[in-house]
Design a protein around this ligand. Structure first.
Ligand SMILES: Cc1cc2nc3c(=O)[nH]c(=O)nc-3n(C[C@H](O)[C@H](O)[C@H](O)COP(=O)(O)OP(=O)(O)OC[C@H]3O[C@@H](n4cnc5c(N)ncnc54)[C@H](O)[C@@H]3O)c2cc1C
Length: 456
């Protein structure tokens, strides 16, 4: 092989992994074997999601353990000069005060002390950040010992939790929904993410040409990578369509927006494959949760409140039990070949995507982008791990929180999808622009986008 690695008979040949900071790496692989068909039975997944997964997840995501996510929203974009700051109030993330945090997290680093921060005039998202208490008592060190670990094997670049810019966010107070982040700044992020797939569609980014080329693509890993990202993209789109800000401050579904993004007739037949990719990403994360069962059964889910902790453990047991009885037809061995080299390549590319999240100009989008790329990164880490030792898998608290919240997001996307489909079947006219309501609430970047940006 040209890079000195062994060839895998199943996966074809592969190229050198991309350097983490580089945009010049070769593709993940180019295999001659057939593309992987979607093995998921969408209908049974939809039913299982509606009847079992979603109700349980709704309950679990409301619990303290899953609500608090520690994140650094202040990291600089490593790829271009970033002026695309969000300027509408719905982009801003509400951080937690120390008193709002569960006992177990209070004196861990970065409980926020509210202060009158400097508000950037041009950008309402510039909220004040907290001073940080980095001390840990011995008792708490013992408490968190299950959460912390040496994460050698990560598929995403994790925020340094000891950084003074890391702060706890109560996810339930910062729902993923329409923010108004759009236009070239948002498109540029998606473009950079898809390009991490090594696919360079054309001078002008066109998702149509990208999707078409992916249909012809024969490299299994590359295709899987694309579908994962596209599924995440669909999920984000689904949430902004389902919880859209209409004029006069009314939140609710926007059928026209859903139609524009997902209907085959206006997306050059791309809509249905975007939906299939959503199922794909959902199945992949569900499969990872199932595979990680031995590790999750052993997790203490410590928050400092024994009653709540026991309730979560009960939910988790019930969830994993139901999942083990569902016939989930997602086979990661077929997909990733279980090959060490492919794992490394996947890991490098996915880590770059997690770094691109620091370039997302809208704070709330960045928050959920980080949660979900870390969640998918955790799922990949699980799927690539040695099955024989799952109970010893090294998972940090933030990886568990992001994995479940990502599953929660994907699951609610499927619920929204069904709602949109049913509503539009019953009343197709909902897809037409409403004469009384302007559809788009504009996003105004705080400053012109710098020309000093990453280009292919
Ligand atoms: C990480 C991240 C998080 C975001 N979170 C939010 C949020 O919480 N709320 C919010 O309102 N906005 C959010 N946005 C912005 C949102 O995703 C869109 O970028 C924005 O609404 C503009 O949409 P668009 O129609 O220009 O196409 P985009 O969604 O920006 O898509 C770019 C191109 O990709 C193609 N495409 C669209 N969907 C798919 C798919 N599923 N698979 C493959 N190709 C596709 C389209 O043809 C389009 O040309 C986020 C953006 C990013 C990058």
């Amino acid at each position: 092989s040209r890079d000195g690695h062994q060839h895998s008979a199943e996966c074809g040949h592969y190229h050198v992994p991309a350097p983490e900071d580089g945009k010049t790496g070769d593709c993940i692989c180019s295999s001659n074997i057939d593309v992987i068909p979607c093995e998921c039975d969408e209908h049974s997944l939809e039913t299982f999601n509606k009847q079992t997964v979603n109700p349980l997840l709704q309950q679990m995501m409301g619990r303290v353990f899953f609500r608090y996510f520690k994140v650094n929203l202040e990291r600089e974009c490593p790829f271009w000069v970033d002026h695309d700051r969000c300027s509408i109030r719905d982009c801003a993330v509400e951080t937690c005060t120390r008193e709002e945090l569960p006992v177990s997290l209070r004196s861990l680093p970065s409980a926020k002390t509210p202060s009158q921060g400097q508000m950037d005039k041009a950008c309402a998202m510039e909220k004040e950040l907290s001073s940080v208490d980095t001390s840990l008592t011995n008792e708490q060190k013992v408490d968190v010992s299950n959460w912390e670990g040496l994460n050698d094997d990560n598929f995403c670049v994790m925020d340094d939790e000891d950084s003074s810019d890391c702060t706890y966010i109560d996810l339930s107070k910062n729902p993923e929904r329409y923010t108004g982040y759009s236009g070239p700044p948002a498109n540029r992020i998606w473009r950079a993410i898809y390009e991490e797939n090594c696919f360079k569609p054309s001078e002008e980014f066109s998702a149509y040409s990208l999707a078409r080329a992916m249909q012809l693509e024969t490299c299994v890993e590359k295709k899987a990578f694309y579908r994962l990202i596209s599924g995440l993209h669909s999920s984000i789109s689904m949430h902004l369509c389902a919880e859209y800000l209409h004029p006069f401050g009314r939140w609710g579904p926007n059928y026209e927006e859903f139609f524009r993004r997902f209907d085959d007739s206006v997306t050059d037949n791309e809509g249905s494959s975007r939906v299939r990719n959503l199922y794909f990403t959902y199945s992949m994360v569900l499969r990872a949760v199932l595979k990680a069962s031995p590790r999750l059964y052993a997790e203490q889910f410590y928050t400092g409140d024994p009653v709540d902790d026991e309730l979560i453990r009960k939910d988790i047991r019930q969830f994993l039990h139901s999942l083990s009885h569902f016939r989930l037809r997602f086979d990661e061995h077929k997909l990733f070949c279980g090959d060490h080299i492919h794992k490394e390549q996947f890991r490098h590319h996915f880590r770059n995507i997690s770094r691109i999240m620091d370039c997302v100009g809208c704070e709330k989008c960045r928050l959920w982008g980080k949660v979900q790329t870390q969640g998918i990164g955790t799922a990949l880490k699980i799927l690539f791990s040695d099955t024989a030792h799952m109970e010893n898998l090294n998972l940090k608290r933030s990886e568990i929180v992001s994995l479940w919240n990502t599953l929660g997001r994907l699951s609610s996307s499927l619920i929204h999808l069904e709602m949109f489909k049913k509503a539009l079947e019953a009343k197709p006219e909902l897809a037409q622009p409403s004469p009384n309501e302007p559809n788009v609430i504009p996003f105004a970047p705080s400053a012109p986008v710098s020309s000093n940006r990453f280009e292919l």
